[in-house]
Design a protein around this ligand. Structure first.
Ligand SMILES: [Zn+2]
Length: 310
């Protein structure tokens, strides 16, 4: 791509500090505080209201056709407020990211269209106006990304309902990568919209397993990181799985996401609708609500899952 040094980075807002939330599906970096004092030129495009939903479909998304992208983009731009934050020429910047933003908005809208009904009926505030912040700041991206090379990264903030996106445009970003990221993060936005309480205290395996499960390809990490998958054994308990999310090791994190998706998928086969309603609970009521649904504790359900795996 042309703009070798062009990077769009994600948002900061003070609120972001509170966001323990969803991080992207491609290369995940948890809870990286982002400080950016020199941003200028915030452009705000159109805002939005709730739109129609369609039937829940369980088939995986492969790719949207050009026509679908166009349609979802047109719908999505009314819902997703997009802001560009750049210190270079704003029009140039917008132009350079135009295609990515279109796909990002289109796949995000697609995700809402596809899954809103599944989340609907849980007792959240039904908030459906979202924002996407697109940042350009290559040096800061390098600072926060350290040794890890990120080429696309978005996170969703529970407290601001923003999706904060970084792209390193010096590397080719495929449509699939954008689709995975947009659909994963939009699932987090759905979680926040439809949860009665903050989801911050809910188990990570649940929140991330759910986001992985409903993203455009649930098995994306499994196939992409076969080497990691093969070199790890399953965490022995759900507590160990949960602890893996706190690991600083990149491989641990990848494996935690893969296992969480598998466990979520296992539970969804038993009762998907009820499984989704757990998003309404808080960290105290989660285990008891879980027990009401599955007649067993999360710990024993995980043990059963392991038995099935072996
Ligand atoms: Zn996530």
């Amino acid at each position: 791509m042309k703009h070798k040094k062009l990077v769009i980075t994600g948002l900061i807002l003070v609120m972001l500090l509170c966001s323990l939330t969803g991080i992207l599906s491609i290369l995940k970096f948890k809870d990286i505080p982002i400080k950016d004092e020199n941003t200028t030129n915030i452009t705000i495009s159109d805002k939005t209201t709730k739109t129609q939903t369609t039937e829940i479909s369980k088939e995986n998304l492969n790719k949207l056709s050009d026509k679908q992208i166009e349609e979802y983009y047109e719908k999505g731009r009314k819902r997703f407020f997009v802001a560009y934050i750049t210190s270079s020429d704003e029009e140039d910047f917008k132009k350079s990211v135009e295609k990515i933003v279109r796909l990002l908005v289109a796949y995000s809208e697609y995700q809402i269209d596809k899954y809103e009904n599944l989340f609907y009926g849980t007792s959240g505030e039904d908030r459906m106006d979202f924002a996407i912040y697109i940042y350009e700041d290559f040096s800061k991206l390098q600072q926060i990304s350290g040794q890890h090379k990120r080429y696309i990264s978005c996170n969703a903030s529970e407290f601001t309902y923003h999706m904060n996106c970084y792209f390193d445009l010096s590397i080719d970003i495929s449509e699939d990568d954008i689709a995975i990221t947009a659909t994963h993060e939009t699932t987090h936005l759905l979680q926040y919209s439809y949860s009665k309480n903050s989801t911050a205290g809910l188990p990570k395996w649940y929140r991330e397993g759910q986001a992985e499960h409903y993203q455009s390809d649930p098995k994306y990490l499994f196939y992409k990181y076969q080497d990691i998958y093969n070199s790890y054994s399953y965490p022995k308990s759900i507590k160990d799985l949960e602890n893996m999310f706190r690991s600083k090791t990149y491989e641990d994190l990848i494996f935690a996401y893969i296992v969480s998706e598998e466990f979520y998928s296992y539970l969804a086969n038993i009762d998907e609708r009820e499984l989704v309603t757990l998003i309404e609970s808080d960290y105290q009521t989660f285990p008891e609500k879980f027990k009401e649904i599955f007649n067993t504790s999360p710990e024993s359900a995980y043990e059963d899952f392991l038995k099935e795996k072996s």
